[in-house]
Structures are given as structure tokens and as C-alpha cells.
Design a protein around this ligand. Structure first.
Ligand SMILES: Cc1cc2nc3c(=O)[nH]c(=O)nc-3n(C[C@H](O)[C@H](O)[C@H](O)COP(=O)(O)OP(=O)(O)OC[C@H]3O[C@@H](n4cnc5c(N)ncnc54)[C@H](O)[C@@H]3O)c2cc1C
Length: 464
């Protein structure tokens, strides 16, 4: 990093309405901490922007000083790309406004919002955007990678509800992009990540949801796993878009509805969310109860906002995490057998594999309609190692990689960009498949010097 003089730093600080946090400042360690405790980076400065003007100043400063640059929304990215060593972090976490127009069914959302912030504001009007399953995740990073969750089978990927964005590009210009303005840039932002500038506003189409949904968990002992997954696979083929069923293999946590003897034993759990008419809920989820003989279940109606927080507890920040991910179009027998045989003998509480079911509306969009291309993906499989002690790093990473390799033959070869760990840059072309070259062309036009490179990087032509 170039050495900055005190005057340069003071001038930068004075030009911001928000805060400039330096390594000796109180709050620096908190400000550089992200969700994944594996990430321990020390930026030279963190600009906690108060608005678009600050974002423009910060981009200009990073460009002029040739500083490494990172952009932080919710700080959830597993690769830790929200922070960089020795450079500048543009921290958007203070920009949290959500403006809902319930009549037009639109929401304008600032990039520091979490999914919980967004749900809070939209659900006040019985409306929602399809986003992820953990309320502390950032809207910004999730949306820019594609975004999916409990509403996606019904209403599509998050980007399928994106109407427009405001973005500050590498040259400091503020552009408003939509399907009609700066079309190529808008297309690229619908899945191409943080490669093209800093988004300062997301405008979403809203959909009627809730306020009550029907769902919960059905837990089976692992011994029933193979048969249960085959029944799940069969049932999934004809599920209505209003019903989404994710599946997770892990050791059973001490859930209050499970008998004590099931705690800590390998399990298959089905997480169910039905967003159709609430009175139809029990009937809609009944098939899931018949995947086997559950060791416990908890199903019922609840506010959508409560369901959106149901998985916050196991996914708290501060653990060490390593993920590997495959996209799947099916659950072949070989994959089911590998999963169940692995978990049958697993004794580590910290490892899980989940299958996020999408399809439905996500699959009824053309591959080239958005930069997010994986319209053939029906299950996003995530291999999730989570642990607390650095001494377990090697063991846990090796376990995730081993399971990833063992299941590769059953996968599509693509992946969800938001689930990729940092060393997977070589998968980027495969992730974007037929859309990759168009993304490179947009990158060439808007960020030819690759100022925005601390991400799953789409390199401009000619750069190494
Ligand atoms: C516990 C957990 C659960 C998750 N569940 C889901 C899920 O259900 N569905 C799903 O789709 N994903 C899910 N994810 C993945 C999630 O989409 C990514 O981690 C995403 O990057 C989070 O966004 P963020 O703003 O919090 O990330 P950050 O770490 O703040 O940012 C990640 C990257 O996004 C880019 N970025 C962020 N803000 C901006 C901006 N304003 N302008 C330009 N670029 C920007 C930057 O490149 C940045 O490095 C989950 C992640 C976690 C940790």
C-alpha cells in the first residue's frame, strides 16, 4: 500500500459526512470483523459512509491513491471479501433506509440493510422480496450474487424482483440502471456481484406474502435417510411453488421437540415453508411428514418474519466457517447414498450439508435474462463446516473438501457465487457459464482497471 501523509488522511476524513475509522481508533476491531471468524484482515482505513456523496469521495480516494478496495454490505460473505488488508473498506452498514410504496408494491433499499431490516419494513404491508434464510445477511451482497430463499420457488431469485439500482462506478459517476437505462450494467448487476461499482440503492418489486406462513421442521433419524430422501426427491417433482422444502443432514441439536435420546445423533431434517393460503398449510406439508417416521416435528403457522429468523441461532457470527458448494439438478441415488453413509458415522457436531430447494419460478427465466445463469439448478447444495477453535481448521477444511470431491460426479459443475470461499477464483468462468463473456465486456466498459477486484472477480480483458 502507498504511504499516505497525515494531511491526505485528514483531508479524506474531512470530506466525509460519515466516520473514517483508523487502526488506532476505538471500534476499529469491531469494524473490521465479519461474520466468518476465519477472516482476520487489517484494513488501513474504514470509511463508514453516510450517503452517496461519501461513497463517491471514497471511491475517488481509493482510485487516486491506488489503494486496495473492499466493499462491505452486511459483512456476511463467507470469503470475507468485505474487508481487505492494508487498503480502504467502503463500509455501507450505516446506510439502512427502506422506503416502501405499498400501492406500487415497490421498496427502495439502502445497501447497509440486512434481510431482517427489509422484512420488517415490507411485512408491515404484507409484502416481501424473495431473499435468504438468515435475517442478519446483507441485502446488498445477497442480491448482487442472485439471492434465493423460502420465496424463490414462488417469486424467483432476488434479482428477478430487482427493478433498478443506483450505482457509483469506478470513475465516481452515479448511474441509475434498469432494464431501460444502462441496460448492460443492470443486467450484469443481476448476479455479477460487486464487480462493477458500489450500489447505493436497490429498488425491488414486492410480492404479497403472509403475514402468516405455515411450516417448521420434520426430523428423522439418519437410518431412515436414504428412503426419506428418495421420497423427498419424488415429492419435489410435483410440489406447488408455494411450498419449499430444504433438507439438512447433521447431528441433531437439542431441539425441544426431539426426545433426549435423539440429541447429538445423526439426523435428516426437512425445513418446510408454505406461503399459500394459511388454512391449506397442514394439507400442503403433509407429504413431508410421510417421508419416514419422524423422531420429532414442529409444524404450525407463524409470522413470516419469525420464520425468517428461525435459523439465525445456529448461524450466529463469530464461528470459524468453511463452505463448499455444488449446484444440482437432481438428487441421484449415488449422492443420497454418499450423504447418508458419511453422516451415519459422523461424530463432529459442527458439520452439516444442506440442500436448498429452488426451481419453480427461478427456473422459468431465460439463462441470458440476468447475469445469474443457474436456471437449471433445483438444489443448491452447501457443505458447511463450522467450528470454534483454530486448531481444528485443517481438519474441518479437509472434511468439507473431501465431501465436495466425493459428490462432484453428481453435480452440474456450476456453483452459487455467494457460497464460494476465497480460493475458488478459478471457478468463476464455470459459475457464469454462457453469461461470462458478456460480463467481461461490461467489466471492460465500467471498470477496465479492475478497481473492484476484492470479490469473486470477473477480470477485464488483458488483466492477469
Ligand atoms: C449464515 C448465512 C446464510 C446465508 N443464507 C443465504 C441464503 O439463504 N440465500 C442466499 O442467496 N445467500 C445466502 N448467504 C450468502 C450471502 O448471499 C452472501 O454471504 C452475501 O455476500 C452476503 O451479503 P452481505 O452484504 O452480507 O456481504 P458482504 O460480505 O458485506 O459483501 C460481500 C460482497 O458483496 C459485494 N457488495 C456488498 N455490498 C455491495 C454494494 N453495495 N455494492 C457493490 N458490491 C457490494 C462486495 O463485493 C462484497 O465483497 C448466506 C450467508 C451466510 C453467512
Amino acid at each position: 500500500m502507498p504511504t499516505l501523509s497525515k494531511t491526505e488522511i485528514d483531508d479524506f476524513k474531512a470530506a466525509l459526512r460519515g466516520q473514517l475509522i483508523l487502526p488506532d481508533d476505538a471500534g476499529y476491531d469491531e469494524a473490521r470483523t465479519v461474520w466468518n471468524a476465519m477472516i482476520d484482515r487489517r484494513p488501513a482505513m474504514i470509511a463508514r459512509c453516510a450517503g452517496v456523496a461519501d461513497v463517491r469521495v471514497a471511491i475517488g480516494f481509493a482510485r487516486a491513491q491506488h489503494l486496495p478496495l473492499a466493499i462491505r454490505g452486511g459483512g456476511h460473505n463467507i470469503a470475507g471479501s468485505a474487508v481487505c488488508d492494508d487498503g480502504l473498506v467502503i463500509d455501507l452498514s450505516g446506510m439502512k433506509s427502506v422506503r416502501v410504496d405499498p400501492f406500487a408494491r415497490r421498496a427502495c433499499v439502502e445497501p447497509g440493510c440486512t434481510l431482517g431490516d427489509l422484512d420488517h419494513e415490507t411485512q408491515a404491508f404484507g409484502l416481501a422480496v424473495p431473499v435468504g434464510i438468515n435475517s442478519t445477511t446483507g441485502v446488498a451482497g445477497l442480491t448482487l450474487g442472485g439471492g434465493f430463499g423460502w420465496l424463490s420457488r414462488r417469486y424467483g431469485m432476488t434479482v428477478d424482483s430487482l427493478v433498478s439500482v443506483d450505482i457509483v462506478t469506478a470513475d465516481g459517476e452515479l448511474l441509475h440502471c434498469s432494464r431501460d437505462e444502462h441496460k448492460d450494467l443492470f443486467w450484469a448487476l443481476c448476479g455479477g456481484g460487486g464487480n462493477f461499482g458500489v450500489v447505493t440503492m436497490f429498488e425491488f418489486q414486492l410480492h404479497a406474502v403472509g403475514p402468516l406462513v405455515y411450516g417448521g421442521l420434520v426430523v428423522l433419524p439418519i437410518e431412515q435417510g436414504k428412503e426419506a430422501l428418495r421420497r423427498y426427491r419424488e415429492a419435489a417433482r410435483s410440489m406447488p411453488d408455494e411450498l419449499t422444502v430444504w433438507c439438512v443432514a447433521s447431528l441433531a441439536p437439542p431441539l425441544p421437540f426431539l426426545p433426549a435420546e435423539a440429541h447429538g445423533k445423526p439426523m435428516i431434517a426437512f425445513a418446510v415453508c408454505y406461503t399459500g393460503p394459511i388454512e391449506n398449510g397442514p394439507h400442503a406439508v403433509d407429504a413431508v411428514r410421510r417421508f419416514g417416521s419422524p423422531s420429532g416435528e414442529q409444524l404450525g403457522s407463524m409470522p413470516f418474519t419469525a420464520w425468517q429468523q428461525a435459523f439465525d441461532q445456529p448461524l450466529v457470527p463469530g464461528n470459524r466457517n468453511y463452505w463448499k458448494s455444488h449446484n444440482l439438478s437432481e438428487l441421484p441415488d449415488g449422492l443420497i447414498d454418499t450423504l447418508i453413509d458419511t453422516f451415519r458415522t459422523l461424530d463432529a457436531t459442527e458439520y452439516e450439508v444442506f440442500f436448498g430447494q429452488i426451481g419453480g419460478a427461478t427456473a422459468r427465466v431465460a439463462v441470458d435474462a440476468t447475469a445469474y445463469p443457474a436456471r437449471d439448478t433445483i438444489y443448491v447444495m452447501n457443505i458447511h463446516a463450522r467450528w470454534s477453535e483454530p486448531k481444528d481448521d485443517a481438519r474441518s477444511i479437509a472434511w468439507a473438501r473431501m465431501f465436495f470431491e466425493n459428490t462432484k460426479p453428481f453435480a452440474l459443475g456450476s456453483a452459487y457465487v455467494n457460497f464460494m470461499t476465497e480460493e475458488e477464483t478459478d471457478r468463476i468462468a464455470a459459475v457464469y457459464g454462457p453469461n461470462y463473456q458478456r460480463l467481461v465486456a461490461v467489466k471492460n466498459r465500467y471498470d477496465p482497471d479492475n478497481l473492484f477486484r476484492n470479490n469473486q472477480n470477473i477480470k477485464p480483458s488483458g488483466s492477469k
